[in-house]
Design a binder for this molecule. Sequence first.
Ligand code: GAL
Length: 373
Amino acid sequence: MKLINSIVLSLVCSLVFSQNNSFIPGKQWKDTNGVHINAHGGGVTFVDGVYYWYGEYKTAGRGGNTSLQGVSCYSSKDLYNWTNEGIVLKVENNLSSEITKGCIIERPKVIFNKKTGKYVMWFHLELKGQGYDAARAAVAVSDNPRGPFQFKKSYRPNKGVWPMNFDDKFKSALIGENKLKSWTSEWLTAIKIGMLVRRDFEKGQMSRDMTVFVDDNDKAYLIHASEDNLTLHISELTDDYLDFTEKWTRMAPAGHNEGPAIFKKDGVYYMITSGCTGWDPNEARSFSSKSIWGPWKPLGNPCVGKDASLTFHSQSTCVLPVQGKKDQFIFMADRWKPDNPIDGSYVWLPIEMINGKPVLKWQDKWNLEFFIK
Ligand code: GAL
């Protein structure tokens, strides 16, 4: 009897105490089974009262960037407590598959297509054994937010298509541009005016760190680090969200932005990005624009206070609009742990808008009441 009592007590305790009612940025975040959430570089999608958090499902140990099993999914109704829904896109054992075990899948994001009723997942794919050279955008689909997702294809966007408003005079190589020394001002100018767009014109533009964004009119866009991570590209998706319309633009040329995260408030688009220092944190940047196509105005580092120059030791991945709540946006970021990737933690912070700029302040612990204050 004593044993049964203590089992019941511990069950009750675990039920009561495993309930989260706040966000604790940077700390271990346990799912409803008591296991640290494994959904890195992720994004959140809202469907019928449920949030779905998709991310890179890493494995333990020093496997490097290839140490991943696929894309995980967690569900939640309150954003604090997440149930593991399993791996919804698995790396495959088939060596001829583009997502064979040993490939790199990063920053998966899922959007719902109202016309087709499908859930569409975009992610950054690097082919097995090729480091980060493939730089492909990849797409998978599912009928259900809980998966399984079916891998469709991977490729480089905008093959053979110039960006909007690209000056004719820059469509052919400039004399001597191949010989420019990296990081000189001449080289940066050459990048700005499109040297790498030209280089990749035939094979398609690179697509590494990425996010997707669905606008109020249901048009969707892939926002991806291209041109050796020096310039972000914004590429419009077709109506079924499975391909590109060939309408695309460059953003902050030669600005070296990664980790793009976007949101829209009162008709204005805001983007938060990171710099480019691998797994190490750096200073975030922010931008605003009245059109998705720009011009994007730089607004500086959105972080303030201690460790603002290191984005509070994290890197942006997504901005999550709290459903049904006007002007409630959560900044989602990763604290990478390359030595044991599953230990990577998550930094979620409320976005405050101050003088037309997104502002991020560190919080040891916070909840959604923050927005009601
Ligand atoms: C980061 C990037 C991550 C991952 C990493 C690999 O800069 O944001 O998504 O690609 O580099 O070193």
